[in-house]
Design a binder for this molecule. Structure first.
Ligand SMILES: Nc1ncnc2c1ncn2[C@@H]1O[C@H](COP(=O)(O)OP(=O)(O)OP(=O)(O)O)[C@@H](O)[C@H]1O
Length: 366
């Protein structure tokens, strides 16, 4: 058994990081502790400023925490950084680490070499990844000639170019068009299924998290609020949401009256009003129905709604801090397939240079 066979893939204990001091001090990570088992795909979620990036950077040694322990595959990253980081690959937003003047294939060979491997020995594996990510046809093209989505795939393939146990992906689909994002998502899912690799994924796109991850860690104010399987989190609020579709002449009045109830949201559609009732108190749905009946509405549909991960996330964060700071926006629609998506901090900003790969260079500064 090698040293790296000891312990979980990721072990974090009591991680603490405050930026600045005095009145300006900001505690980004506040006694963070969790473990990630080998082979798990774990999503790191949290509202803006929850401490996700600081936590990831602390785990990668890009930020030095004030206190705490981080072990990757049993190796303490602060005691033995070179050995620990030999087990890690990462794609971080805002950093660029594939070489745009090299071809796709040359990048893979280069990053395999950085890990101390002989690229020739890994050629078969590289060809498999090129195939898997749809990069075979452009394998001999220089990266700067490729689209943003293809560059992102090259980043991912380069991260996988050497044998790593843990991969950190920060916003891997940010800035990609929907089609490319879906493609990359399905490739990530396949990767997670096929390879015995542990993935920690940070994304503001809940569909990406829901699709790919086995488990989710929800952070708020630098602390773990919840850590469970995606399925268990979706179960948490399983039957406590109702959607009532009505038609009535006095929709405005109905809306005014019903929105006085906790957890009631109304959305005006062209021909009808959609009333969403989110409650853990079964009696509340009857109260709402009683209030509604007084308007003699034409009730078109009543159904229970399975909350999606976004809704579960918002509720958990709200119940923990009394407010949601997910860009200050409370989702008005709780439905799956909703068009309402939380926006990332860099929305409306050209992301062309923001998403790329950091391959942890074990011969570098760590
Ligand atoms: N280098 C820094 N100097 C000062 N404050 C910082 C620094 N980096 C982060 N912070 C602060 O620490 C807190 C946590 O930031 P962090 O970027 O880790 O959160 P996040 O969850 O990644 O947020 P987002 O979703 O917006 O990316 C924020 O209040 C942020 O302003």
């Amino acid at each position: 058994m090698s040293e790296s066979d000891n312990g979980p893939a990721v072990y974090v204990e009591n991680l603490q990081k405050t930026f600045g001091d005095g009145e300006n001090a900001v505690t980004a990570v506040d006694g963070l502790s969790f473990e990630i088992e080998r082979g798990d795909v774990v999503g790191l979620l949290g509202p803006n400023g929850a401490g996700k990036t600081t936590a990831i950077k602390s785990m990668l040694g890009l930020v030095i925490p004030d206190a705490g322990t981080v072990k990757i595959a049993g190796i303490d990253v602060y005691d033995d950084p070179k050995i620990a980081y030999n087990n890690i690959g990462a794609i971080l937003e805002g950093a660029r680490n594939v070489y745009w003047r090299l071809t796709v294939r040359e990048n893979l060979a280069f990053f395999a070499g950085l890990g101390g491997d002989n690229p020739t020995d890994l050629r078969e594996k590289h060809e498999t990844h090129l195939e898997q990510f749809g990069l075979t046809d452009c394998a001999d093209t220089t990266v700067n000639e490729l689209s943003r989505g293809m560059k992102q795939k090259v980043s991912l393939a380069s991260t996988l170019a050497r044998d790593v146990e843990v991969i950190f992906l920060d916003e891997p689909t940010l800035g990609l068009d929907i089609e490319t994002s879906l493609e990359l998502r399905s490739e990530l899912s396949q990767l997670a299924d096929q390879e015995d690799v542990t993935i920690i994924l940070c994304s503001h796109d809940m569909d990406v998290i829901e699709d790919i991850c086995d488990r989710v860690i929800i952070l708020n104010e630098g602390k773990v609020v919840e850590y469970d399987t995606v399925d268990a989190l979706l179960e948490l609020f399983q039957t406590s949401q109702y959607e009532i579709t009505v038609n009535a002449p006095d929709k405005k009045e109905i809306r005014r009256k019903l929105e006085r109830y906790d957890g009631v949201n109304c959305t005006n559609e062209t021909n009808h009003l959609i009333i969403t009732v989110t409650t853990n108190r079964e009696a509340e749905i009857f109260d709402v129905m009683n209030a509604l009946e007084k308007h003699e509405p034409d009730i078109r549909n009543i159904r229970t709604v399975d909350p999606d991960l976004e809704e579960v996330f918002l509720r958990l964060v709200e119940s923990n801090s009394g407010h949601s700071n997910f860009n200050g926006k409370r989702s008005s629609s709780n439905l799956k397939n909703s068009e309402t998506k939380p926006k990332g901090k860099n929305d409306n900003v050209d992301q062309s240079d923001k998403s790329s790969s950091v391959n942890i260079d074990t011969h570098g500064d760590f």
